[in-house]
Write a protein that binds this ligand. Structure first.
Ligand SMILES: *Cc1c(COP(=O)(O)O)cnc(C)c1O
Length: 357
C-alpha cells in the first residue's frame, strides 16, 4: 500500500496522474513514442504546454485579463532574481515572513534599494507581520503567501497601487484568492502542481519594460512571453505532469472544491495538536498554514517512541525542516483526508500509550 505522504516538496501527486505520466513515458498519445523522446516543437507537445498554460489561468480565473502563464526553469529560486532583474529600477519593498522571503530579499538587494516593510525573522518566523505600510514609490511589493518551512500563511494581502508580486510556491491552487490583485505570481511546481523542474509564472504583461538595465534573454520575461514559453526547450516531462495535475484539479471542481477539502484536513490536524497535551503548535494560531502544519512534542524525551509509531503506520515525511526541528505535516492538494486521519489516529494512540505506561 502507498504511504501516507506528508513530504514538504517534492511531494504527493494524485495517483491517477502518476499512472498517466508513467504510461506517457512509454507511449505518448498512441504515437508509439515516449513523451520525453519527441520534439518539444511537435504538435503533441505544443498541445500539452498550451493546455497547461490555459488550465493555470482558467483555474485562477485570470483568462482574458492581460495575464500570461509561463513554464520556466531554474525553480522559484531563479524567480527571486528574475523578479528584481525585470522590475526593480530603484527601490523595492519586501515582507520578510520566512526563509524563502529572506532569500528573495538577498537577491533583490543586488539590484537596488531594499525596504523591508516588516519581518518576523528575529522571532523565528512564527507569525506574519501586520500593520506594515508599503512605500508607494517602490517599484513593486513582494511577499510569500505560504511559508513552507515555518508553517505560516498570509490570510490577507495588502492593498497597494504598486505592482504586487507573490511567491505562491507552496499554496498556489490550494485556496481561493482575488488573484487579480496580483501582477506577478510564481510557483515552483514541486509543491502543489507537479514534479520538480519547472516553475509557473503568471504575469501581467503591462508591468514589464520599465527598467533601464539590459536584461539577458533567458532572464527576460518578455522573451518567454514572446515565444509562448518555448524560447528554449521546456522541461517537457515536468510540464506534462503539471498539466495532468491541473486537469485533475479542474475535474474535481477546481480551487473552490479543493479549498474545502484542504480546510477540513487542516482543521482535523490542528484540532488534534491543540487537544492532545503531548503536542504543541509552533506558530501563531491566526497565521497557521493550511498546507504545512508545524508542531513539536511537549516532552522531547518521547521522540523515539512517537517516531517509531508513525513510521510503522506508513507515514512519510513529517520530520520538521532542519532549521526548525520538530514535525511538519504538509497537506498539499493531492493528500487525501484519510492520510491526515491516519496521522491523527497515531497521535491519539501515542497519547493512550504514554498515559497508560
Ligand atoms: C520550495 C520553495 C521555494 C524554492 O523553490 P525551488 O524550486 O527549489 O527554487 C521558494 N519559495 C517557496 C515558498 C518554497 O516553498
Amino acid at each position: 500500500m502507498k504511504k501516507h505522504n506528508f513530504s514538504a516538496g517534492p511531494c504527493i501527486l494524485p495517483q491517477g496522474v502518476l499512472k498517466k505520466a508513467s504510461e506517457a513515458l512509454l507511449n505518448f498519445n498512441n504515437d508509439d513514442l515516449s513523451l520525453i523522446e519527441i520534439s518539444h516543437r511537435s504538435k503533441s507537445f505544443v498541445d500539452v504546454i498550451e493546455k497547461a498554460r490555459s488550465l493555470a489561468l482558467e483555474l485562477l480565473g485570470l483568462e482574458n485579463k492581460g495575464y500570461k502563464a509561463l513554464f520556466l526553469q531554474g525553480g522559484a529560486s531563479l524567480e527571486f532574481l528574475m523578479v528584481a532583474y525585470n522590475l526593480l529600477n530603484k527601490k523595492a519593498a519586501y515582507l520578510n515572513t520566512g526563509t524563502w522571503s529572506d532569500k528573495a530579499i538577498k537577491e533583490a538587494k543586488e539590484f537596488g534599494e531594499m525596504v523591508e516593510v516588516g519581518s518576523s525573522k528575529d522571532e523565528g518566523y512564527t507569525f506574519i507581520p501586520k500593520g506594515y505600510s508599503i512605500p508607494e514609490d517602490a517599484d513593486y511589493f513582494h511577499c510569500t503567501s505560504n511559508n513552507t518551512v515555518a508553517g505560516t500563511q498570509m490570510k490577507v494581502f495588502p492593498k497597494t497601487n504598486i505592482p504586487l508580486v507573490c511567491d505562491m510556491s507552496s499554496d498556489i491552487f490550494s485556496r481561493q484568492l482575488d488573484f487579480e490583485k496580483f501582477d506577478l505570481i510564481y510557483a515552483g511546481a514541486q509543491k502543489n502542481m507537479g514534479p520538480a523542474g519547472t516553475t509557473l509564472v503568471i504575469i501581467k504583461e503591462d508591468i514589464l519594460g520599465k527598467v533601464e538595465r539590459h536584461i539577458p534573454s533567458m532572464l527576460n520575461y518578455q522573451t518567454h512571453i514572446n515565444k509562448d514559453s518555448m524560447f528554449n526547450t521546456p522541461s517537457v516531462f515536468a510540464v506534462y505532469v503539471s498539466m495532468l495535475t491541473l486537469q485533475w484539479l479542474k475535474d474535481l471542481g477546481g480551487i473552490e472544491f479543493i479549498e474545502k477539502v484542504n480546510n477540513k484536513k487542516a482543521a482535523l490536524l490542528y484540532n488534534e495538536i491543540d487537544r492532545n497535551s503531548l503536542f504543541k503548535g509552533i506558530v501563531a494560531k491566526e497565521d497557521r498554514s493550511t498546507m504545512n502544519a508545524t508542531f513539536v512534542l511537549t516532552n522531547k524525551g518521547l521522540t523515539e517512541t512517537f517516531d517509531k509509531m508513525w513510521t510503522e503506520a506508513g507515514i512519510n515525511g513529517i520530520k520538521g525542516h532542519r532549521s526548525v526541528g520538530g514535525y511538519r505535516a504538509s497537506m498539499y492538494n493531492a493528500l487525501p483526508l484519510y492520510s491526515v486521519q491516519a496521522l491523527v489516529d497515531v497521535m491519539q494512540e501515542f497519547e493512550r500509550k504514554v498515559i497508560t505506561e
